[in-house]
Design a protein around this ligand. Structure first.
Ligand SMILES: Nc1ncnc2c1ncn2[C@@H]1O[C@H](COP(=O)(O)OP(=O)(O)OP(=O)(O)O)[C@@H](O)[C@H]1O
Ligand SMILES: O=P(O)(O)O[C@H]1[C@H](O)[C@H](O)[C@H](OP(=O)(O)O)[C@@H](OP(=O)(O)O)[C@@H]1O
Ligand SMILES: [Mg+2]
Length: 367
């Protein structure tokens, strides 16, 4: 992208896979209309040798996950990024790497939700879960018992990003099925939800909800073998998996209606506890109780069909920058910590000034 004078600069990095899905022409146009140049950063060369930036916009989840698990090349990249950002505290980071790290580990972010007693009272929950760190079936059965995890369960890799296998799931119906688990993994109570998934995409204080195909209803059984699937096969807008076809006895005659007040409550909790500007979460509605189960939280998701995505993104970046400029000019150059979370300081410059969620881009006013 060419650079024009007197404009601020957004430096961006994302995987090639993600980059191919982005409408770069439209993005550059939106950046320009908001007074930004857009440059793609090359993390294989020192950032000091590249154009100075005001905003660092990234999806480094795969690289962070690899670095945190000992990959030397990934570690060089993350160290380079973190050193650069430490040397340039006035750069607005979207989103701070320590905040992103929270969402790399399913056990970690499920625990955030479980530790929010206010959610349960409002008919919101995260399904009971347990983490397997060994292949010892007896130990794992005992852990499930202690944590109220009951069949059927979904087995998911503990690490939520960083490889295709992060999305490889298994539905397990009985104890003998547990031998298929590959620790470290989490097992989570399966919530029957009539094969309808609600995806919530967040950009700062803006959100958009879309429906996606999901899994049909399942029940514990001593006779059923584990069912393997990957999220992308079942839950994309155009997915047509047989796993989404309700069994005849399950033909849903009742419509499960998403409660937007519950969604706003979840958004407030995530902003307070995780503090990401670019995130998403998945909700299924328990078809017996109507309670809303938060089953997943994502870093910088696809934002498929998010209305005027680039405009909302740039507006939010400007708002985040304005907050940072105020903090930086007030001499708090080390950034402002958000709330303590499980030992991780949420180093969230964008956490500062927790404005009420302004509105859902669906036009709902939220106070
Ligand atoms: N506890 C659950 N009960 C019922 N269905 C579930 C549960 N957890 C996951 N699922 C189903 O499996 C799918 C994938 O689960 P999840 O969203 O945790 O995986 P993921 O690969 O991280 O997804 P994403 O593509 O959003 O990152 C969900 O969209 C939903 O269809
Ligand atoms: O359409 P969605 O938002 O469900 O697809 C996302 C998916 O939820 C995950 O967030 C993917 O990220 P990873 O977990 O890192 O694989 C996204 O892939 P990406 O290449 O766009 O980052 C999907 O878009
Ligand atoms: Mg998901």
């Amino acid at each position: 992208m060419e650079c024009l004078p007197h404009k601020k600069t957004i430096g961006i990095w994302m995987s090639d896979k993600k980059s191919q899905k982005l409408n770069w022409k439209e993005f550059i146009k939106s950046c320009a209309s908001h007074g930004y140049n857009l440059v793609r950063l090359d993390l294989d060369i020192p950032l000091e040798e590249q154009r100075p930036i005001n905003v660092f916009l990234h999806k480094l989840t795969d690289v962070i996950a690899a670095a945190d698990h000992g990959d030397s090349k990934a570690s060089v990249i993350i160290n380079r990024v973190e050193q650069y950002l430490s040397n340039h505290p006035n750069i607005t980071v979207i989103d701070p790497l320590d905040n992103v790290r929270i969402l790399l580990n399913r056990y970690c972010y499920y625990t955030i939700l479980q530790n929010e007693p206010s959610l349960y009272k409002q008919g919101i929950f995260t399904p009971s879960f347990a983490e397997f760190t060994t292949n010892n079936i007896e130990m794992n059965i005992e852990i499930m018992r202690q944590r109220g995890v009951k069949f059927p369960v979904i087995c998911k890799p503990t690490i939520a990003h960083g490889s295709k296998s992060a999305h490889d799931m298994i539905v397990i119906f009985n104890e003998k099925g547990l031998h298929v688990c590959k620790p470290p993994c989490v097992v989570q109570n399966f919530v029957n939800h009539n094969a309808v998934l609600h995806k919530v995409f967040l950009i700062g204080d803006r959100y958009h909800i879309c429906e996606r195909p999901s899994l049909k209803n399942f029940y514990a059984s001593e006779d059923l073998e584990p069912i393997y699937y990957s999220t992308g096969e079942v839950c994309k807008a155009d997915s047509q998996s047989t796993l989404s076809i309700l069994d005849p006895h399950d033909k849903a005659d009742i419509t499960l209606t998403l409660n937007e007040d519950k969604i706003k409550t979840i958004i407030r909790i995530l902003r307070k506890r995780i503090g990401l500007l670019l995130a998403g979460f998945d909700v299924v509605i328990d078809n017996m109780t109507g309670s809303h189960a938060v089953i997943d939280i994502n870093v910088y998701p696809s934002y498929d069909n998010f209305p005027n995505f680039f405009e909302h993104l740039l507006d939010s970046i400007q708002e985040a920058e304005n907050r940072n400029v105020n903090i930086y000019n007030n001499g708090d150059c080390n950034g402002v910590y958000g709330e303590e979370f499980l030992g991780h300081k949420i180093n969230g410059l964008i956490n500062v000034g927790m404005d009420p969620i302004k509105y859902g881009v669906t036009g709902m006013n939220i106070n």
